[in-house]
Design a protein around this ligand. Structure first.
Ligand code: FAD
Ligand code: TPP
Ligand code: MG
Length: 591
């Protein structure tokens, strides 16, 4: 039975007398309960056995036994992305932790709030090449927002409080708490979980500077060719309503990064689609040609601005709202920086607009929209829709979107061409529905993300769009899906290639396809069946829709759909390495 956050917190309270003698491991459980944690994804081993013993003795938190530690972190990360809560994973020392590293780095690059608890060898053995010892703090330092090695069980409760606070506040990120075996074993006097935490050296700013916001407003209202460029920060800061209000008030064009899809509804005319390396013509041209750019929770990634010299060729004024001062003027020079939480800053900006008597220049705006519509009319996402011989990957995604757009749906993806097609052709209307790895670009996240989400959202439909390469990187989790009854639908766009690599080799390496062909693929239908699930092979375009329909009907089953797609298809538009964002290849005729 699922417990509410209040019930979980009361389980963490001290019962009877004012204090209790508890083992470190029990304090850890109390901390998780107090933080309202419902699920922990993990894998046991020697250094965490006291913690597992403490899990055994409680029934408020569900532990999910994965098949590989990488997947534990990905599943908790997917859960965090979909719900906004802190995702929690538990791994043992040494190989448990090193297996988790890819998951931690993935969460770090996309600023996802997580707490990863790792076991460590006993304090007295640290540094002695003990069995399954590794320098967890050292290994994870560059890929965490913060990490802790707890040396005294007395510090456990306060350290956990800090870990959750750091993970979810400011620019979110993963925090590792390394717990030596003796610390989880020793008894300590527990007098309750701290209610508040003060950290002298860590005080993220929430409220933006009023003067800066006013300057931004003036610039925005005098713009002739304004553009709103938004990213993952809008989702992380739960500010989609504020963004929608702002865009409606101003009537300005808006784009999302790969990480921001769903922050603004894709069906609205003011939305120009995703921008960047595989962005639309209208989104990229507007980025290059605008005169005032409002960047909201987006970090001017190299996949977004292309060649920085080319980007700088056009003059534009840039306003940048970001909670992390180190994101500002990191890659491009910003004219009006506003450090603060996107929700707070947008709320203030909106109320200033309401009070202001100045209105956007409607004449200039109409001309700007005409230009944008002429770009949009090129219909850069068109493809061979009527092909009856071979399944076009875009067709699978479009069909999926058509069938599920009014349903309660989550789409996870792996990394490669299929990821880009999902981003381009599945039109996201709502935040936190598109779950993928952008910054690290980690193949293998798709299934664990989906199973993490399905656990939290059992009534939603969860699809994992993947490729035959990526899916094999965490395919063992099909077993976890069966054990925990998390029925997901896997849409594998099987082109028999590491397609994104093949595409680069075709375009940048004169067609020298070095090790990008996947030979000896397994029979995915049989593989799915061997794991206790349903497998389907789909080879003809006319079977795409019926297959998806049938899979959706099998509500309680995990279904692996092996779509044999066109092996030669490429993702367009594409900005090649070193090119400017308006120098796009639009199709194979440009090659
Ligand atoms: C194969 C592949 C192709 C790709 N192609 C593209 C592409 O064509 N286009 C594209 O856009 N991306 C693409 N990417 C993704 C790209 O690598 C980056 O991950 C992405 O562009 C970064 O998105 P973002 O700027 O929204 O930043 P995020 O990584 O989402 O960063 C969020 C920003 O918001 C800030 N922030 C966080 N919380 C708050 C808050 N509460 N208030 C204010 N600010 C906050 C953070 O400090 C940070 O600066 C691709 C990735 C892969 C793997
Ligand atoms: C862990 C990892 N290793 C290597 C890469 C480099 N890489 C990016 S896309 C890609 C190919 C993915 O192939 P597949 O999953 O079949 O997807 P497709 O591009 O064919 O749709 C590779 C190897 C990566 N992103 N992640
Ligand atoms: Mg492939």
């Amino acid at each position: 039975m699922e417990m509410s956050k209040a019930e979980l917190a009361s389980a963490a309270a001290v019962t009877g007398s004012q204090t209790q003698e508890l083992m470190g491991a029990e304090v850890l459980i109390k901390a998780l309960q107090a933080e309202g944690v419902k699920y922990v994804w993990g894998y046991p081993g020697g250094a965490v056995l006291y913690i597992y013993d403490a899990f055994y003795k409680q029934d408020t938190i569900q532990h999910v036994l994965v098949r590989h530690e990488q997947a534990a972190v990905h599943a908790a990360d997917g859960y965090a992305r979909a719900t906004g809560d802190v995702g929690v994973a538990l791994v043992t020392s040494g190989p448990g932790l090193t297996n988790a590293v890819t998951g931690i780095a993935t969460a770090y690059m996309d600023s996802i709030p997580m707490v990863i608890i790792s076991g460590q060898v006993p304090t007295a053995a640290i540094g002695l090449d003990a069995f399954q010892e590794c320098d967890t703090v050292g290994i994870t330092r560059p890929i965490v927002k913060h990490n802790f090695l707890v040396k005294d069980p007395k510090d456990l409760a306060v350290t956990m409080k800090k870990a959750f606070h750091i993970a979810r506040s400011g620019r979110p990120g993963p925090v590792v708490v390394d717990v030596p075996k003796d610390v989880s074993f020793k008894k300590v006097t527990y007098s309750g979980y701290p209610e508040k935490i003060e950290m002298r050296s860590y005080n993220p700013v929430r409220k933006g500077h009023g003067g800066q916001i006013r300057k931004a407003l003036q610039l925005l209202l005098t713009a002739k060719r304004p553009y709103i460029y938004t990213g993952g920060g809008v989702l992380l800061g739960n500010a989609t309503n504020e963004l929608r209000t702002l865009v409606d008030m101003l009537g300005y064009p808006v784009t999302n990064t790969l990480m921001g899809l769903g922050a603004y509804p894709a069906s609205d005319r003011k939305f120009l689609g995703m921008l960047g390396m595989h962005g639309t013509i209208e989104a990229n041209n507007a980025m290059q040609n605008c005169d005032v750019l409002l960047a909201v929770g987006a970090r001017f990634d190299d996949r977004v601005i292309g060649n920085p010299k080319h980007f700088a060729q056009n003059e534009r004024k840039i306003i940048h709202i970001d909670i992390d001062p180190s994101s500002i003027s990191k890659r491009v020079k910003v004219d009006i920086p506003i450090v603060g939480d996107v929700k707070d800053v947008l709320t203030e900006l909106i109320s200033m607009i309401r009070e202001s008597t100045t209105r956007p220049d409607s004449g200039a705006l109409a001309t700007w929209w005409d230009t944008i519509e002429s770009w949009r009319s090129k219909d850069c996402l068109k493809y061979d829709r009527g092909n009856k011989d071979v399944i076009k990957p875009q067709h699978v995604i479009e069909t999926l979107w058509n069938m599920t757009k009014d349903a309660d749906t989550y789409i996870t993806s792996d990394v490669g061409q299929h990821q880009m097609w999902a981003a381009q052709y599945y039109r996201f209307e709502e935040p936190r529905r598109w779950i993928n790895s952008g910054g690290l670009g980690t193949m293998g996240v798709g299934i664990p993300y989906a199973m993490g989400i399905k656990l939290a959202k059992p009534d939603s439909e969860v699809f994992c769009v993947t490729g035959e390469g990526s899916v094999q990187m965490c395919i063992q989790e099909l077993s976890t899906c069966l054990q925990y009854n998390t029925p997901i639908k896997i849409v594998s766009l099987n082109n028999r290639y590491l397609g994104m690599v093949r595409q680069w080799q075709e375009i940048e390496y004169s067609g020298r396809y070095s090790h990008s062909y996947m030979d000896a693929l397994p029979n995915f239908v049989k593989l799915a069946e061997a794991y206790g699930h349903v497998g389907m092979l789909i080879e003809r375009p006319q079977d795409v829709e019926p297959a998806l329909r049938e899979a959706r009907k099998l509500k309680d089953r995990t279904v692996f759909m092996d779509f044999r797609t066109d092996p030669t298809e490429n993702v367009f538009p594409m900005v090649q390495a070193g090119k400017g964002i308006t120098e796009m290849l639009l199709g194979s005729e440009d090659l």
